[in-house]
Design a protein around this ligand. Structure first.
Ligand code: IPM
Ligand code: MG
Length: 355
């Protein structure tokens, strides 16, 4: 196949981990005789530094002209502690999601047996965990009208959802459930919020088209609790933007490390793949960051955007084999000498070439 991939390394450790993911994709292209064209774009704090805006038009055009997007991470401490900053790196990510219509964010959580001891939960609680969070990504409080009163003594962030915004993501979630354990949980706050009541009504209506799926509802506070008391009860969690942001971070640590989880965002235009973790600025430039979530995001890209199932599978196998071998970056290593970012990439490539 012949495909164009937009590569947006972003900030912090983004460039280092994405470098390894691109090396792995090049290795796959060589082994399976594909042509992948990689074109690089700016986003986040590095884009602000160079162009004054966090999501330049050139980057948007590059994304539109690509078959898929591989993204690293966004964020820089110099903005985090400055609430008065007018331009922020995160605005670039939100603008990209909105302008590319990436309304469905898929965050699978998988457990690796050899890392179970690192989970904050007991092994018996997490050994059967296999869930996916389907988060609405372009609506709700993130994108509602926001502002300050004239006297600056109050502020507001409006949360709004339309039936069409809810139903398009609900269909995505039901379809994902059909390919899994056929259990969908809608997480909302329908005892308090009007938008949540519209979610329940809309999802209940759509449910009649998916009789094979079991649907249940949970209030978000209860869901947050059950994710730690009984996480294996979940299969597919469908939820709105803000609840999905919070619950997916909570779900991601069940596995013992956020450094292992990829994600994909889908919608009207090119799909985007990125690790769930952030820009980890303290580690930037040190060649110590864990590139596995970025490499697994590349596998997800091959699988979901290009239908390259064998290729994706071999990358996942390579990652599993490295995880089982215990030769890992310092966030996951118990050894005195841990593996570097680039050595992890080397090992994955070695594995792929040896198959
Ligand atoms: C995420 C992140 C973003 C979000 C931030 C960086 C704006 O936390 O992708 O989960 O809140 O959506
Ligand atoms: Mg988040």
């Amino acid at each position: 196949m012949n495909k164009k991939i937009a590569v947006l390394p972003g900030d912090g450790i983004g460039p280092e981990i994405i470098l390894q993911a691109v090396r792995v994709l090049k290795c796959i292209a060589q082994k399976f005789h594909h042509e992948f064209e990689f074109n690089y774009g700016l986003i986040g704090a590095c884009a602000i530094d160079k162009t004054g805006v966090p999501y330049p038009v050139e980057t948007h055009n590059l994304c539109l002209a690509s078959d898929a997007i591989l993204f690293g991470a966004i964020g820089d401490p110099k903005y985090d502690n400055d609430p008065s900053a007018k331009v922020r790196p995160e605005q670039g990510l939100l603008k990209m999601r909105k302008e590319l219509g990436l309304f469905a964010n898929i965050r699978p959580v998988e457990i690796y047996p050899s890392l179970m001891y690192r989970s904050p939960l007991k092994e018996e609680k997490i050994k059967d965990v296999n869930l996916v969070v389907v988060r609405e990504l372009t609506g709700g409080i993130y994108f509602g009208e926001k502002g300050r009163s004239e006297d600056k003594l109050s502020a507001y962030d409006n949360c709004a959802y339309s039936v069409s915004e809810i139903s398009r993501i609900a269909h995505v979630a039901f379809k994902i459930a059909l390919g899994r354990k056929r259990h969908l949980t809608l997480v909302d706050k329908a005892n308090v919020l009007e938008t949540s009541r519209l979610w329940r009504e809309t999802v209940s209506d759509i449910y009649s088209s998916y009789p094979e799926v079991d649907l249940d509802f949970l209030f978000v506070d209860n869901a947050a609790m059950q994710l730690v008391t009984n996480p294996s009860k979940f299969d597919v969690i469908l939820t709105e933007n803000m609840f999905g942001d919070i619950l997916s971070d909570e779900a991601s640590v069940l596995s013992g490390s956020i450094g292992l989880l990829p994600s994909g965002s889908f919608g009207e235009k090119s799909p985007l793949f990125e690790p769930i973790h952030g820009s980890y600025p303290q580690a930037a430039g040190k060649n110590i960051a864990n590139p596995l979530a970025a490499i697994l995001s590349a596998a997800m890209l091959l699988h979901d955007a290009f239908g390259a199932i064998k290729e994706a599978e071999i990358i996942k196998e390579a990652c599993k084999s490295i995880i089982e071998s215990g030769n890992l970056t310092e966030d996951l290593s118990d050894k005195k000498i841990s593996c570097t970012t680039s050595e992890t990439g080397d090992k994955i490539i070695e594995y792929i070439l040896s198959r």
